[in-house]
Design a binder for this molecule. Structure first.
Ligand code: ZN
Length: 490
């Protein structure tokens, strides 16, 4: 039985072009070692036996029965699967050679190949990603994308117990290059089959890497990272790096989280960008004010956060303009509007995003500030505590572009809320609904004819308000923001 499963797996690798005939004995022997068996007989496999998840399940069941795989948590199984698949994969240098051979045909050919490879090897968990819930919210701005993420496994308490003796110094963080091929405890993402493409950005040869996200939030969700473990920074160097990435991969969008706590991403200690092949809601925002300068257009966007778009064909002019506006913002203060550039530390920064539109660069700049006060200890320009029941976490790059990433638990809570609204259950039957109580009382006053639609709309509306909470000009008017942009450009 296990002999046939290994045959299926090897056939899967060959037919999907990531394993070569010459490497079959080598790959088989590595798999045998992991499974603690010592013989293999080639058998014929039919096309309809090549369902990877079914094959992996067979192998995992064998490993569990034979006490090779001791923990049965989802994370342990994922780590085991990655280790088995890795036995068939090219080494990182070989993968890079294939990628750059494809790049000679064109960047799109190269990324398509790498993206397909990442799916076929189940590094990108496409089955789970397809379970995510997605809908559009039509509110005050261009329609927002609301997603409830069901693909990323929550940390299993069993894994945390099993992990208590783990030394977390190596790799230093989940973005470090040392994650390539690392096999660690199941509380970390499975990395045995992790591969990174070498990149040269802004004249730093091979100092960068590119990978896809295993739990993609949108199409071809990718991460660009520095190979050395060094902190995030957002400054003119960042802008040049982003533009250079777009020159090399013109079919992608790329952006950076702000490099400060509260308004940035979850990993501030390792410089990285995120991108992908997707049209974000901010790109469809209406323009409320335009200024023409040096063959460029600076557009103020009708967007819940304070955002502009610089449009033009010349890379250097775009970067000069972005730098000028950024430098002006770094020092900008307006006490009437609660904007303080500096207390004991700096507070102003931006979320920059670059995409090509034909021959034009679209350079987006979203203005951010991470001031905290006794009234708002988590941030003045942060989701308001009354909306924490839907979103409490930082509003990072992806959300600032108009895509909500809401936790999987929300889906179960919405089901409970439905039961309460339909009087099937009492609100006190569900302790999870405590945080939603005020919201549920308001919902009860509304028409429940189309309950799914009502709840989707309400979640969208609250997300829109969460974004508005993060608008650095929220204590002023749109004209205050326009006045700022007029002064910031040169
Ligand atoms: Zn790192």
């Amino acid at each position: 039985m296990i002999n046939k499963s290994i045959n299926k797996l090897i056939n899967y690798g060959i037919r999907n072009n990531f394993l070569e005939e010459d490497d079959i004995p080598y790959a088989v022997n590595r798999i045998l070692k992991i499974l603690d068996i010592n013989s293999f007989v080639p058998v014929t496999i039919e096309e309809d036996e090549l369902d990877l998840s079914a094959i992996i399940e067979e192998i995992e069941n064998f490993a569990i029965e034979n006490k090779v795989l001791l923990s049965q948590t989802l994370n342990s199984k994922d780590a085991f699967e990655a280790q088995i698949i890795d036995c068939m994969l090219p080494r990182p240098s070989e993968l890079n050679r294939i990628f750059y051979k494809n790049y000679k045909t064109g960047p799109l050919t190269a990324t398509k190949w790498f993206h397909d490879f990442s799916i076929k090897t189940n590094y990108i968990k496409i089955d789970r990603i397809n379970k995510n819930l997605k809908f559009k919210y039509e509110g005050k701005y261009s329609p927002l994308d609301i997603t409830i993420n069901l693909s990323k496994p929550e940390k299993d308490p069993l894994d945390i117990i099993n992990n208590k003796n783990n030394n977390n110094d190596y790799p230093m963080c989940p973005l470090c290059i040392e994650n390539v091929g690392v096999y660690q405890t199941p509380s970390l993402a499975p990395r045995s089959n992790h591969r990174v493409i070498n990149l040269t950005l802004n004249h730093e040869k091979d100092k960068w890497g590119m990978q896809y996200s295993p739990y993609a939030y949108f199409d071809e969700h990718l991460i660009v990272l520095r190979k050395d473990h060094s902190p995030m920074y957002v400054n003119q160097k960042t802008f040049a790096e982003l533009v250079d990435f777009i020159n090399k991969f013109p079919h992608y969008l790329i952006g950076s989280n702000a490099g400060l706590p509260i308004v940035g991403g979850s990993i501030l200690n390792h410089h990285h960008f995120q991108g992908g092949r997707y049209d974000f809601p901010i790109e469809k925002a209406q323009v409320i004010h335009k200024i023409k300068r040096k063959r460029m257009m600076i557009e103020v966007l009708d967007w819940p956060l304070a955002a502009i778009r610089i449009v033009g064909n010349n890379e250097n002019s775009i970067l000069d303009m972005a730098n000028a506006i950024f430098e002006y913002w770094l020092k900008y203060e307006n006490k009437d509007l609660n904007i303080f550039a500096k207390t004991d530390v700096d507070h102003n920064t931006v979320t920059p995003i670059v995409k090509l539109d034909g021959a034009s660069y679209n350079f987006y700049m979203i203005f951010r500030n991470n001031l905290t006060t006794p009234e708002f200890p988590l941030g003045v320009f942060h989701p308001n505590p009354k909306r924490f029941h839907i979103k409490k976490e930082n509003i990072g790059l992806i959300e600032a572009m108009g895509m909500a990433i809401l936790p999987g638990r929300l889906l179960q809570e919405l089901e409970m809320i439905k039961e309460v609204l339909l009087n099937k259950k009492n609100i006190d039957d569900f302790p999870e609904l405590d945080k939603h109580k005020e919201w549920i009382y308001v919902l009860k006053t509304q028409s429940l004819d189309d309950l799914d639609n009502l709840l989707n709309n309400e979640v969208g509306r609250i997300f829109e308000e969460v974004l508005e909470d993060c608008n650095v000009f929220k204590y002023g008017t749109k004209q205050d923001f326009i006045n700022f942009v007029n002064k910031a450009i040169y």
